[in-house]
Design a protein around this ligand. Structure first.
Ligand SMILES: [Zn+2]
Length: 401
């Protein structure tokens, strides 16, 4: 059990574990070279393009039972991590001019040593959205999962079976460019660590796409997600259809028109399309099945029993969003939960949630009291928040005041 906990925390909180940082089969959605995180010394994995099986470091899967899985999150088996005060967490290099109140200019959204985002030219691509809403269809009630709040929409289970890598990658979260080295991420990664890991439907629905995206535009270009499954779910969210997308598969195991239940196998993990290593790319789309209609999947996936999710909005006094800013999450309660660093969304390619107009979200946060902060020069902007189990905690940080 402890082994699993450490492994999981390692995968989640590597930035707090200086000296043990490693990208665990972190595949990105770009053919570009994987680079290190901006503020941490990370040895990039060796990657290649396309379908060639890549010698990815094999992630030792935890050998645990379902019961153990759901009883690990609250444990204190993370003893190998230093306390937050002396963990040597790399701090971003902050430009001096941020000491003064900052006008929301393009420059102001780049913090310190982050490289410039890579121009991708994607906006120029004309995409015909694939919309399949049938207004006459029977709509299922929301599949609200146990212990969740009706204010949240944690209506999906994990696309990877229990016992596997069921947690989202924290290096390349939704909305991130991973420090300007990859495309803005329209989904999240599950670094399953191997080819042909069964990939599961996250909720009931109908398969509306299955196969290579070499003729149908699912992303910013053809041949982007490779072997892909898209499910239109049986429920609506505030009158809108909801889709889940499973990309870079080695193969699909369902066909268009097939009804699936949550937990059914829909494909096998791979590295097809533009994946740089084997992983599952997972998206949630709301309103339309197109690349520009995504939402942050971590706000749809049922949290682990002892964990909640912190979402927030980092903005300037005029309300404009601070883009790709570092956000730190520090547990105030006693324990050895390491300091987390994440990033706000890099640009407007991705969307805030319909419920939470957030520009960052961090899942798998064990319940407790936290300080959420960002730093501009010597100024620290912080707010306290209590994370409850299987609930969303919302914070706002106004910077430059
Ligand atoms: Zn991805």
């Amino acid at each position: 059990m402890i082994e699993f906990t450490v492994l999981r925390r390692c995968a989640l909180f590597v930035l707090g574990a200086v000296g043990t940082i490693s990208l665990i089969a972190c595949g990105g959605d770009s053919a570009s070279t994987v680079a290190s995180l901006p503020s941490a010394t990370v040895e990039p994995p060796v990657v290649t393009e396309g379908l060639t099986p890549t010698p990815v470091p094999t992630l030792p899967l935890p050998n645990i039972t379902v019961e153990e899985l759901y009883n690990t999150a609250g444990g204190d088996g993370v003893g190998s991590y230093p306390a937050p005060e002396d963990n040597g967490l790399p701090q971003p290099v902050i430009q001096e001019e941020f000491d003064a109140p900052v006008a929301p200019t393009a420059e102001a959204t780049i913090v310190g040593s982050y490289p410039e985002p890579v121009a991708d030219g994607m906006a120029a691509v004309a995409v015909e959205p694939i919309v399949t809403v049938d207004p006459t269809r029977a709509v299922a009630p929301s599949p609200r999962l146990p212990q969740t709040s009706s204010e949240d929409h944690y209506w999906m289970t994990r696309p990877v079976a229990e016992g596997g890598v069921v947690w989202t990658d924290k290096f390349y979260p939704y909305g991130s460019t991973r420090g300007g080295t990859l495309r803005t991420h329209h989904g999240v990664e599950f670094n399953v660590g191997a080819y042909d890991v069964p990939i599961l439907a996250t909720a009931d629905g109908t398969v509306i796409f299955a196969g290579l995206d070499d003729e149908v535009m699912l992303g910013p270009q053809l041949d982007f997600y490779g072997n892909t499954v898209v499910i239109e779910h049986d429920f609506l969210y505030e009158g809108q259809p909801v889709y889940s997308l499973y990309g870079h598969l080695n193969g699909v195991t369902v066909g268009v028109g097939q009804n699936v239940n949550g937990g059914d196998i829909v494909g096998l993990s791979g590295a097809s399309g533009i994946a740089d290593a084997v992983h599952l790319h997972f998206e949630v789309r709301v309103g339309a099945n197109d690349y520009w209609s995504t939402r942050n999947p971590v706000l749809w996936l049922w949290p682990f029993p002892e964990d909640g999710t912190i979402v927030g909005r980092v903005m300037f006094p005029d309300g404009s969003l601070a883009k790709e800013y570092p956000v730190f999450i520090h547990k105030i309660d006693p324990g050895e939960f390491p300091v987390i660093q994440t990033l706000t969304y890099a640009d407007d390619q991705v969307n805030g949630d319909d419920r939470w107009p957030e520009n960052f979200a961090y899942d798998d946060v064990e319940a407790g009291r936290y300080e959420v902060y960002t730093k501009i020069g010597n100024k620290e902007y912080n707010v306290e928040v209590v994370v409850e189990r299987r609930k969303t905690a919302y914070v706002e940080l106004v910077i430059g005041e």
